[in-house]
Design a protein around this ligand. Structure first.
Ligand SMILES: CC(C)(COP(=O)(O)OP(=O)(O)OC[C@H]1O[C@@H](n2cnc3c(N)ncnc32)[C@H](O)[C@@H]1OP(=O)(O)O)[C@@H](O)C(=O)NCCC(=O)NCCS
Length: 158
């Protein structure tokens, strides 16, 4: 697969309110049924672990993790369309897995559309496996689409 040009400087940091314009823009260009600006704002206000990936100083992706009672949920993971297949999705996933482990999470979950082959390939590569199917979970252009529920057990430090 394509890998980043050596000159691209990539960092992952916590999301800030001033990132929300860029984040919402990437979201709108990435999903047929995108989250609104307000949903991202609420995630920040709720104290979810929200990170952005910066490429040469510009936001090029984001991930959102909620943690409670030893479990975590990946609520969103998205890379700017122009910069996909550069390893950035995997880097953000590694970052949120690290954050989950340091928050003493024992198991991490997410929902994904069964039609989302690239995301499924990424999650399977990182050791997630399907634990359930939620019928008609997602909005779709015709009717509803099921969600595959994936999980991964984490080994924590404590
Ligand atoms: C899913 C997504 C986050 C992957 O990010 P990415 O930066 O393009 O992925 P990476 O370059 O880090 O690839 C990591 C792995 O994902 C899989 N993958 C990513 N893109 C792929 C593609 N085009 N074809 C096949 N597998 C792919 C591969 O397993 C890859 O590992 P490899 O490079 O060793 O083959 C990205 O496609 C995206 O933002 N999609 C839209 C939003 C979305 O659907 N998010 C998931 C919601 S659950």
């Amino acid at each position: 697969m394509i890998r980043p040009a050596p000159e691209a400087e990539v960092t992952i940091r916590l999301m800030r309110h001033e990132d929300l314009g860029h984040v919402s823009d990437i979201e709108r260009r990435s999903y047929d049924f995108p989250w609104s600006h307000g949903v991202f704002r609420d995630c920040l206000l709720a104290g979810y672990q929200c990170v952005v990936l910066e490429r040469d100083g510009d936001v090029a992706g984001y991930a959102i993790l909620s943690v409670a009672a030893g479990e975590a949920h990946i609520l969103n993971l998205c890379v700017e369309p122009a910069f996909r297949s550069h390893g950035y999705g995997e880097r953000m996933l590694d970052e949120i897995l690290f954050r989950a482990r340091t928050s003493s999470v024992r198991e991490i979950f997410l929902e994904v559309r069964p039609s989302n082959m690239h995301a499924l390939a990424l999650y399977k590569k990182k050791g997630f496996y399907q634990v359930a199917n939620r019928p008609k979970y997602y909005q779709a252009h015709e009717g509803r689409e099921d969600a595959a529920v994936l999980a991964k057990k984490l080994i924590t430090e404590s």
